[in-house]
Design a binder for this molecule. Structure first.
Ligand SMILES: [Zn+2]
Length: 265
């Protein structure tokens, strides 16, 4: 019998996208995990294969990245194999703007608050929950909604800002916002930049964020189903008008949320 372990597996992914990896099951395999960005990401047994989702940050340099895939056998042996993630360049738009300093400078208090909150959310994204909350496909939080703006870089007065790490979905205030998949609420409160914000943990290091909500319908610690209404769209936080900012982080990587839709099954 030719072991499937001997096959070199190459997965291709754009900068700023999520990629699904699947490895065929072999008798005796008990668990599988993949080393990616210095983190161990578990794979789960679905449809006769070991499957997981990895995030490729929009600033990951194009090229081939070797990952270490560990197959732990029933008898405790660990078989190590390589998989290659080929990161393909994707161009995102850049806009240069000249604005009066008072519109881009934050007060000391606001800056301190924003920094504190950014530490809090980064700590959430750095955590990989070793379970998968759903075997359903990810869905768009506003059914039928299309997103714009992911990866858009803005340069204010020659100073580059962090690229736009989510998709903006058109929505009027009060439009119901649905969970992209089953998950646990890990944050539900008001933040300086993103206003009323909900973050869901979907397991495997996958997190979704819903920002600028006019109302939050869920509480931290509660589990929500795919499609459940987590809040209503609005214009809270630093925004110019109502819309839904939908972000997805995958093992910390900033990815275009639409690359996850339909990606799990
Ligand atoms: Zn946005």
């Amino acid at each position: 019998m030719i072991s499937l372990f001997l096959l070199a597996v190459i997965f291709s992914a754009n900068q700023g996208s999520a990629v699904r990896l699947a490895f065929p099951h072999e008798p005796g395999v008990k668990s599988v995990d993949i080393l990616w960005n210095h983190k161990r990401v578990p794979a789960f047994f679905i449809n006769d294969a070991w499957s997981t989702i990895l995030g490729v940050d929009l600033d990951t340099k194009p090229g081939e990245y070797k990952t270490d895939v560990s197959f732990t056998m029933d008898d405790g042996r660990v078989e190590r194999r390589d998989a290659i993630i080929k990161v393909v360049e994707k161009k995102y738009p850049t806009t240069e703007l000249k604005v009066e300093e008072k519109y881009v400078e934050l007060s000391k208090t606001d800056l301190a608050r924003a920094n504190r909150e950014s530490k809090e959310t980064e700590a959430i994204y750095a955590t990989i929950t070793n379970e998968m909350f759903s075997d359903e496909a990810f869905t768009v939080p506003i059914p039928g909604g299309t997103g714009t703006n992911f990866g858009h870089r803005r340069i204010f007065n020659g100073e580059p800002r962090a690229p736009h790490a989510g998709a903006d979905l058109r929505a009027t205030t009060g439009t119901p916002v649905h969970a992209t998949n089953r998950g646990r609420v890990v944050l539900a409160k008001n933040l300086f930049f993103t206003g009323n914000t909900v973050i869901l943990d979907h397991g495997l290091g996958i997190y979704s964020l819903y920002a600028h909500l006019s109302r939050i319908n869920v509480k931290r610690g509660e589990t929500v189903d795919n499609g459940q209404v987590v809040g209503l769209a609005g214009a809270t936080g630093r925004v110019t008008g109502p819309h839904l900012h939908w972000g997805m982080r995958v093992q910390g990587a900033r990815v275009d949320p639409f690359t996850l839709v339909g990606n799990l099954k």
